[in-house]
Design a protein around this ligand. Structure first.
Ligand code: GRG
Length: 275
């Protein structure tokens, strides 16, 4: 039996094959850069834990990875983080013309919705619910909204509550969406969906703090004027670790409401939650 990542990689390479044309080439370059595929694995694992066949969840899982990839392409752009490298390779706007990088992100975002719209073995209602969930989680109230808070607060300090909301939107909402996708595909109850949403938000927060801890050096705490606001930079390492621990406990609490053993989901996320 192929692993989750093998299934995801194979299907993604069918959906976005390499090409001699520059736009699909840039999309393929971005999708096959060595990402961990954590979010689509969460879709597959949640759907499976809740009793659904993997094949029904594969296309929605690939759509989630397309969204994640689009967000990273745009996050790296000169008008955002201005990063030259990602996963040890030139960012898309360094490997291709910048306008093509913008368009590759746009095309992946659009393609994700198309792929969901034709997902096999799902009812029309499930497809509408997946579409609605995705639009909510990645739009102005979700990932894009969190990114906007981040960009607009450059060089400013922020209260702890807003820092948490920013990270939950920017990083947590796509994790939530991945877990909620599993629930929608498995026709799980609204209560299970609610608990999975909370798992995603806490996971996003812990994941973002972990990334910020890896980025930070002791000399940059408290963060310098003009820096991007982060929980680690503003509240310090110890306070950030405490929030991570609380998130970890909250994840375990919410997973305990699943009707089945949540070990497969925990197995995917635990390596990223060590403080
Ligand atoms: C530009 C619309 C838009 C949104 C950007 C992606 C994003 C929203 C914010 C996150 C920025 C960032 C890099 C945060 C660090 C945590 C994180 C999400 C890392 C990347 O995710 P991984 O570790 O990446 O799953 P791989 O490489 O495994 O795919």
């Amino acid at each position: 039996m192929p692993s989750y990542t093998e299934l995801i990689d194979y299907r993604l390479s069918e959906l976005i094959p390499d090409s001699n044309e520059i736009l699909p080439q840039a999309m393929h370059y971005a999708l096959f850069g060595g990402g961990k595929r954590l979010r689509p694995q969460l879709v597959l694992s949640t759907a499976q834990v809740l009793g659904t066949q993997l094949k029904d969840a594969l296309d929605p899982a690939c759509a989630i990875e397309m969204i994640h990839t689009y967000s990273l392409i745009h996050d790296d752009l000169p008008c955002m983080d201005n990063d030259d490298f990602r996963r040890g390779r030139p960012t898309v706007h360094r490997a291709f013309p910048e306008a093509i990088a913008v368009l590759a992100g746009d095309a992946l975002l659009t393609e994700a919705f198309r792929v969901i719209s034709i997902a096999e073995n799902l009812s029309d209602r499930q497809i509408i619910r997946l579409t609605n969930c995705l639009a909510k989680r990645i739009g102005k109230e979700g990932m894009v909204g969190g990114q906007a808070i981040d960009i607009l607060s450059l060089g400013q300090t922020m209260p702890q509550e807003l820092l948490i909301i920013m990270d939950q939107k920017k990083t947590g909402d796509l994790f939530s969406c991945s877990l909620e996708f599993g629930a929608i595909i498995a026709n799980a109850s609204p209560l299970i969906e609610k608990h999975l949403r909370q798992v995603g938000l806490h996971l996003g927060l812990a994941y973002q703090i972990r990334d910020d801890l890896e980025d930070s050096s002791i000399s940059s705490i408290p963060q310098k004027t003009g820096a991007k606001p982060s929980i680690v930079g503003i509240l310090g390492i110890e306070a950030a670790k405490k929030i991570m621990k609380q998130s970890f406990d909250a994840i375990q609490h919410h997973l305990s409401f699943l009707p089945e053993n949540a070990d497969p989901i925990n197995g995917l996320i635990k390596p990223y939650l060590n403080t």
